[in-house]
Design a protein around this ligand. Structure first.
Ligand SMILES: Cc1ncc(COP(=O)(O)O)c(C=O)c1O
Length: 338
């Protein structure tokens, strides 16, 4: 029988995202570079996978009952949007706890999908970060509300489980494992899921974790960060030593430059963590064995960063004039195209 060319319900469109070869980023190298475009998920990010897997599992185990349960979660935006969509689909009330760094458009999307959004306004007195305050509020709401359920993306094993599929799709698309995988980290869901799948299947993929400068996931001190998405102020419970074969830390300016180069060279408008991954690749290129195949995971799209990463005034006010770091390459490309 022919496979139907449609899916039943929006949740059927989560995953199976495109893998695209990038021919310009590493033009002068023998390394082949591919990007997994997670923006193609229906909620616009990689977190749709985790949201669907955690909620489906909660329903299957009876811990979430549509119509009765209240799902409460802390998110900087992408997981919140994924959960808002999945909860709306299954008829589950959803409260998302965010902080002032969350993009207003993300909040509007969650609300449009029926979620209730609560913004914490104070930072933690010890770390100066919003995350511990958000987590405390989620705990409180989940305990107080009848039917309250906290999926807890930072410790829920179904979060990394969702990324066994991410890794499998990459291996299937390439008809074999890549040599290296670059992925940004926050909850460590992507990193752990991809690493677990690779090791369980003996694929030998070298996993490069890309973290933000100022994030403490890999033991560095906490510091200020401007770009939401990747990085964490507290080491997630999902973290395990040895998941990453290598860790590259990229600062906010590096993430911006990576995004702008990606837009200029490959015509891909992606989010901040994708830019960090691009910069991490560029910094690693001279150490990667010739002829290797690299896959970069791009977690989300650039539209959610138009008033920051893609706004010239915002970039200049934060980092000074750094436009030569991406414009230079654009000129080279323009002239070499003729
Ligand atoms: C834009 C973006 N990049 C990267 C990540 C990190 O993914 P993970 O939580 O699987 O470590 C996230 C997580 O929310 C994200 O939103």
């Amino acid at each position: 029988m022919k496979t139907p060319a449609f899916t039943s319900g929006i949740t059927g469109t989560v995953g199976s995202t495109p893998l695209v070869e990038l021919t310009r980023l590493a033009e002068n190298s023998t390394v082949r570079v591919f990007a997994k475009l997670e923006a193609y998920n229906p909620g616009g990010s990689i977190k749709d996978r985790s949201a669907l897997e955690m909620i489906r599992h909660g329903i299957a185990t009876g811990r979430i009952v549509p119509g009765r349960s209240v799902v409460v979660e802390s998110s900087s935006g992408n997981l919140g949007i994924g959960l808002a969509q999945v909860c709306a689909y299954f008829g589950i009330r959803f409260i998302c706890v965010v902080d002032p760094r969350t993009n207003v458009q993300n909040i509007a999307i969650m609300r449009a999908l029926g979620a209730e959004v609560e913004v914490v306004t104070r930072t933690d007195p010890v770390t100066g970060e919003y995350l511990p305050v958000r987590i405390r509020r989620v705990r409180e709401l989940a305990a107080k509300l009848p039917g309250g359920y906290w999926p807890d993306q930072y410790s829920n094993p179904r979060n990394p489980r969702a990324h066994h599929t991410t890794m499998r799709e990459i291996v299937e698309a390439l008809s074999g494992p890549p040599d290296l995988l670059f992925c940004a980290t926050s909850s460590c869901g992507t990193l752990r899921g991809c690493a677990e799948y690779s090791r369980k299947n003996g694929l030998g993929i070298r996993i490069v974790a890309v973290d933000a400068v100022g994030s403490t996931i890999f033991g560095n001190p906490v510091g200020p960060r401007l770009i939401p998405g990747h990085g964490a102020a507290v080491r997630p419970a999902l973290y395990r030593d040895g998941l990453a074969d290598e860790v590259v830390h990229v600062d906010d300016a590096g993430a911006v430059v990576g995004c702008r180069r990606l837009a200029g060279q490959e015509a891909i408008l992606a989010g901040g963590s994708s830019g960090a991954v691009v910069t991490a690749l560029e910094r690693s290129l001279d150490r990667i064995p010739p002829g290797s195949t690299c896959v970069l995971v791009f977690p989300d799209r650039g539209e959610r960063y138009l008033d920051t990463i893609y706004d010239d005034d915002w970039v200049r006010s934060r980092f000074g004039d750094i436009s030569h770091l991406w414009k230079q390459d654009a000129t080279v490309m323009e002239t070499s195209a003729y």
